[in-house]
Structure formats: structure tokens, C-alpha cells
Design a protein around this ligand. Structure first.
Ligand SMILES: Nc1nc2c(ncn2[C@@H]2O[C@H](COP(=O)(O)OP(=O)(O)OP(=O)(O)O)[C@@H](O)[C@H]2O)c(=O)[nH]1
Ligand SMILES: [Mg+2]
Ligand SMILES: [Zn+2]
Length: 303
């Protein structure tokens, strides 16, 4: 029996759509692989070993190959964690200029989760045809992130994103309705991913994409489209490590008087000084304080 390696593109229950030797095939999880714990369930981006397949062309997954990394999402209460995608090289946090209005603290949350998973993050500000991405772009650039203003509608600014995606495995994350699927359709018109109007009434997206899908790119690499979400828990990050997840804090924390400075009320804190002097945006610092508080009050594993 010759085993093939496949790349998981999509998962529905215990059925997988897998790319193997340039061809899309259906594979199923059987036995113990089907009943793996939630934490190491098979997800898009996983590499799997497939058997020869039965007469209907359905293959069985023999083994899941070791992961380079896995991006996990935790529920806001921190009690459950669910892997979204495996073997991710970079995250694009995508938000809109408006419709829906950006929530800077949610963007901070997503880039912090990326950092905690040791996955580089950059920011896409979409719908530039509807308004000026300037202030938000400036806020994120000053914090140390690369920012791509785009319009999936007009195509403006899309080329640099495509260049940045080439040859890597990326994931697109961000609030529902911001235009993740629209941007991918613009990049790859044959995809025809489903998109939907932002609700007029609640000014929010309507969760059009319902499961993560990995899309191979023409120039090599792949990108994962994900369902939008409006909140994500930070649980699991060591509070002491939180500062490392903010580039502008990570750069300056060597200047604090105490090694274990939490940048709250400690004397000689280089971070609070930088906030006062304008080197760190006050609302980025505020996100740090909110997240730290959340981590310090998170339920402990034994609770
Ligand atoms: N004006 C404008 N509208 C856009 C742009 N990009 C997307 N839209 C519209 O925004 C709405 C939501 O887009 P989607 O691509 O479904 O958003 P999504 O982020 O994939 O949402 P979920 O799948 O729910 O997470 C659709 O009506 C799109 O046509 C853009 O650049 N400009
Ligand atoms: Mg979508
Ligand atoms: Zn400090």
C-alpha cells in the first residue's frame, strides 16, 4: 500500500476535503482519529497520510502528521479551546473602515492571540472605498504592525496583499462582514465564496462563512478563510508574557526598573513613561491593561 500525503482543505464532521498529489479527494476519519480530543482534532492546514481509498474513491486517514503550529480560538469565558487551522505562517487580521465599524480592541485581541501562538500578524483595513483608513492604519503602524489598506470592491491595494501571501500559508481573521471572503474572491475570482450584505439593522455581519476553508493560491502557498467572530478569549496566555505580545511594549520593557514589571503601578516603568510621552498610544496601553486584568482573573485549570 502506497500512502499519499494530503493537505486538509475543509472539514465537515468527520469528512475531509483533501488535496493530494494535485487532486482534491474525499477522506474520512475513522476510529481513534475520529474521536480525538477537541484540542487535537484534525483541522484545515493539517497534513495527513491517506490510504489507497475504497471503490467509491473515498480515502481513509491513516495518520495526522506532526504540526508546526496550530492557531486556537478560545471562547470568551476561557473554558473551551478549539483549533482553527494548523501550520500557519502568518495571520492577516482584517477589519473594515466602516460597515461594520472597526473595534480597535478586537483587533488588538486578535494580534495578541497571534503573537501568543508565535505567528506573525499584519493588518488589512478593507472597504477603503467607503472611508479613510488613515487613523486606524496609523494606530496599528505605530504599534509595529504592517498595514494593508484595501478595497475588495475596487481592487485598490489588493496587489501588495497577494504578494505578501505568495508561498506562505496565511489565515484571514476578523469580524463578520468586514470582507474576508470578498477579498479572496477578488484575489481568486473562480472561488465564488459566499458573501453577504452587512445587516442594515444591526450594522453587523451575518456570519456568512460558516467553517474555515483552506484555499491553495496560484503562486504557491494557501490562505484560510474563517468565519467572522466578534470576541475571542485570551485565556492560556501567561500574564507575565502578555507584554511580549505588544510589539511596542516588547521593544521597551528592558527599560523598566523591575524585570517582572507588569506596567501597572510599579515605579520606574518605561511603558507608562512612553504612554505619557506619546510613544505608545493610550488606547493600545488600555487594551494591554484590559487583557492583563482578564488573564489575571481567568479561571485556573483546576477551578
Ligand atoms: N464597499 C465595500 N463593500 C465591501 C468590500 N468588501 C466587502 N464588501 C461587502 O461587505 C459585505 C460582507 O462581505 P463578506 O466578504 O461576506 O464578509 P466576511 O468578512 O467574509 O464575513 P463573514 O463570512 O460573515 O465572516 C458584502 O456585502 C460585501 O460585498 C469593500 O471593499 N467595499
Ligand atoms: Mg466570509
Ligand atoms: Zn513596566
Amino acid at each position: 500500500m502506497i500512502l499519499e500525503t494530503g493537505l486538509v482543505l475543509e472539514r465537515t464532521g468527520s469528512t475531509l476535503r483533501v488535496l493530494a498529489v494535485g487532486e482534491e479527494v474525499t477522506a474520512v476519519l475513522r476510529g481513534s482519529l475520529k474521536h480525538r480530543s477537541e484540542r487535537d482534532r484534525v483541522v484545515v492546514g493539517d497534513r495527513v497520510l491517506l490510504d489507497d481509498g475504497d471503490e467509491t474513491g473515498t480515502h481513509g486517514v491513516v495518520r495526522v502528521l506532526p504540526r508546526r503550529n496550530v492557531l486556537e480560538r478560545r471562547t470568551p469565558d476561557g473554558r473551551a479551546s478549539r483549533p482553527i487551522a494548523a501550520n500557519v505562517d502568518q495571520i492577516f487580521v482584517l477589519t473594515a473602515v466602516t460597515r461594520p465599524d472597526p473595534v480597535p480592541q478586537l483587533i488588538d485581541r486578535l494580534v495578541v492571540i497571534a503573537a501568543a501562538n508565535e505567528i506573525p500578524a499584519c493588518v488589512i483595513i478593507n472597504k477603503t472605498d467607503l472611508g479613510d483608513p488613515g487613523p486606524l492604519a496609523e494606530r496599528m503602524r505605530r504599534a509595529g504592525y504592517e498595514v494593508f489598506p484595501t478595497s475588495a470592491r475596487t481592487g485598490e491595494g489588493v496587489a501588495p496583499v497577494v504578494a505578501r501571501m505568495a508561498g506562505r500559508e496565511s489565515i484571514l481573521a476578523g469580524p463578520s462582514g468586514a470582507g474576508k471572503s470578498s477579498l479572496l474572491n477578488r484575489i481568486h475570482p473562480v472561488l465564488g465564496l459566499r458573501t453577504a450584505e452587512v445587516s442594515e439593522r444591526i450594522q453587523r455581519g451575518v456570519n456568512t462563512t460558516s467553517a474555515a476553508v483552506l484555499i491553495p493560491l496560484e503562486d504557491g502557498g494557501a490562505v484560510v478563510d474563517t468565519p467572522g467572530f466578534s470576541d475571542a478569549g485570551l485565556w492560556g496566555i501567561d500574564p507575565v508574557e502578555l507584554g511580549r505580545c505588544f510589539p511596542e511594549i516588547a521593544d521597551r520593557r528592558a527599560g523598566c526598573r523591575f524585570d517582572n514589571c507588569r506596567h501597572l503601578t510599579e515605579p520606574g516603568c518605561a511603558i507608562r513613561d512612553a504612554v505619557e510621552l506619546g510613544g505608545i498610544a493610550p488606547d493600545r496601553y488600555e487594551s494591554y491593561v484590559v487583557f492583563l486584568d482578564e488573564l489575571l482573573s481567568a479561571p485556573k485549570p483546576w477551578e
